[in-house]
Design a protein around this ligand. Structure first.
Ligand code: HPA
Length: 271
């Protein structure tokens, strides 16, 4: 496993011109347009990268993009690997391991999520302050490589408190309504039943989605600082009978995109 990761990282180092970044950004639904803000872009299609899985879901492309954002060197993942697509947890989190080998210190993750918090509205954005892992498998299950991280990593500050606070400052300066909440990570691909949304709210969740948690666990194992942000694309609960669709999720995410972009760009610029 270590040899595979290092082999992939070596390929990327050889291919990329300029300084290696210390910041990585996983572009989920609703953050795709961040790519337009990256300057001096160099694209590496996943298909060219040894041992990189290839993304299958509609609306997701597959490229690593190196460049400059808000004056900082960054690498962005255009397209991520979801557990529901059939990838195993090692594949889902492989890019984060490659980031670790490349020397990434801070990881930004974004996603679309369904809201259970009764204060939330469609189109709200939410800083992820904590998560509840409901995936059937932990990505760290199996042999632990001490050179990658500890056997029993703490998840007490899985989302960096300093970055959470900084995001609030950025949001306030820009006049953006930025919620805080707990993200529930589920395997998908079904959206929740009304009873499931209700259950996730009762156990402490504010939003639910099908990604992010595996990558965040591995990033913490790797010692990275993490900032996560969700766009609330639909609402669910006992009294909510709206039926979320993929198209609706995409449309709500597109609308909230400028605010999410501004937060990420503001944060990156302050690092
Ligand atoms: N549930 C799970 N994943 C999601 C949702 C949802 O309601 N909305 C967007 N991604």
């Amino acid at each position: 496993m270590i040899e595979t990761i290092n082999h992939t990282a070596r390929y990327i180092r050889q291919r990329v011109e300029g300084e290696m970044p210390q910041i990585a950004i996983i572009l989920g639904t609703g953050l795709g347009a961040l790519v337009d803000h990256i300057e001096e872009k160099q694209y590496i299609p996943y298909a060219d990268i040894p041992d990189m899985p290839v993304s299958t879901v509609e609306g997701h492309q597959g490229n690593l993009i190196f460049g400059t954002l808000a004056g900082r060197r960054v690498v962005a993942m255009q397209g991520r690997f979801h557990y529901y697509e059939g990838y195993d947890m090692k594949q889902v989190t492989f890019p984060v391991r490659v980031f670790q080998a490349l020397g990434i210190k801070t990881l930004f993750v974004s996603n679309a999520a369904g809201g259970m918090n009764k204060e939330f509205k469609v189109g709200d954005i939410m800083t992820i302050c904590d998560h509840i892992n409901l995936f059937p498998e932990n990505p760290l299950r199996g042999r632990n490589y001490n050179e990658l991280g500890p056997r029993f990593p703490a998840m007490t500050e899985a989302y960096d408190p300093g970055l959470i606070a900084e995001a609030d400052v950025v949001a306030q300066e820009l006049g953006i309504r930025l919620m805080h909440g707990v993200y529930v990570g589920t395997p998908g691909p079904t959206f929740e039943t009304p009873a499931e949304y209700e259950y996730f709210r009762i156990i402490g969740g504010d939003a639910v989605g099908m990604s992010t948690v595996p990558e965040v666990i591995v990033a913490n194992h790797a010692g990275m600082r993490v900032y996560g942000i969700s766009v609330i694309t639909d609402l669910g609960g006992k009294d909510v009978r709206e039926v979320p669709t993929h198209e609706e999720v995409q449309a709500a995410a597109a609308k909230a995109q400028p605010n999410m972009l501004a937060i990420i760009k503001g944060l990156v610029g302050r690092l």
